[in-house]
Write a new protein. Structure first.
Length: 241
């Protein structure tokens, strides 16, 4: 697994690959409380060195504000591609501000959602709305929440994404794969690493890249790696420089 990825990387390293790295479940472990996912000192070191030696992007479903708070200022593709931070410049997708306003309005109903579904948590991602199911243990209740959020999405012409312990309202037509395509230099190879369904979209739209799935689950990525080996791989990339 790791050796196969390293061999693939060795074949392209001379062509200055771009790096596209997911955050939760890839750079940091998945946790039940999404507001405490700060980078540890080792990860901060790794990101600093990778960013120095490579053109690196953090690609995440998180808000830009969250990611800057957790790791500092890097090139970022946030909210699955709704908003970018490139060379310290913020770039928004069309209609972004309108959806921010819509999500703010929906978030005002959070007490109703929380009272309706015991142990549900709701987060405003400033352009998306996240319903966290980590504390809901009953599968029937979870399914009902997902159905309910899908109805909200339909009423407000938004996309809905169901992930690990979450269901999320998203700006329509946005995904990591298309977002990465917008910033890629097609004359150079790319390395894309991620662990979730949203990363499968990244793999699909960039099937010429070195694609790496973290953990279990069905994937179209060319490679698979354990979470515990991700940092080993990133340190290997650093040592190549």
């Amino acid at each position: 697994m790791l050796d196969d990825i390293i061999n693939n990387i060795n074949d392209i390293i001379g062509d200055e690959p771009q790096l596209f790295l997911d955050y939760d479940g890839t750079l940091v472990p998945l946790v039940n409380n999404p507001v405490i996912c700060y980078a540890d000192n080792e990860l901060l070191y790794i990101l600093e060195k990778l960013n120095y030696h490579y053109e690196m992007f953090i690609v995440t479903g998180r808000s830009l504000e969250d990611l800057i708070k957790f790791i500092g200022n890097y090139n970022m593709i946030a909210l699955h591609g709704d908003i970018y931070l490139i060379d310290d410049k913020v770039i928004k997708t069309p209609d972004f501000d309108r959806y921010v306003s819509l999500c703010n309005d929906l978030y005002k109903n959070r007490e109703y959602y929380i009272n309706k579904f015991k142990n549900l948590r709701v987060y405003n991602k400033t352009g998306g709305l996240l319903f966290h199911l980590g504390d809901i243990k009953d599968e029937t209740e979870r399914d009902y929440v997902i159905k309910y959020v899908k109805n909200i999405a339909e009423e407000n012409s938004m996309d809905v994404y169901v992930g690990i312990n979450i269901v999320e309202l998203r700006i329509p037509g946005i995904n990591k794969g298309k977002a990465i395509m917008k910033v890629r230099n097609k004359k150079r190879p790319a390395i894309i690493i991620g662990d979730d369904i949203t990363d499968e979209e990244a793999f699909y739209y960039n099937n010429d890249a070195v694609t790496v799935r973290v953990g279990n689950g069905k994937t179209i990525a060319k490679h698979r790696i354990k979470y515990d080996d991700v940092r080993k791989l990133l340190l290997y990339l650093i040592n190549l420089r």
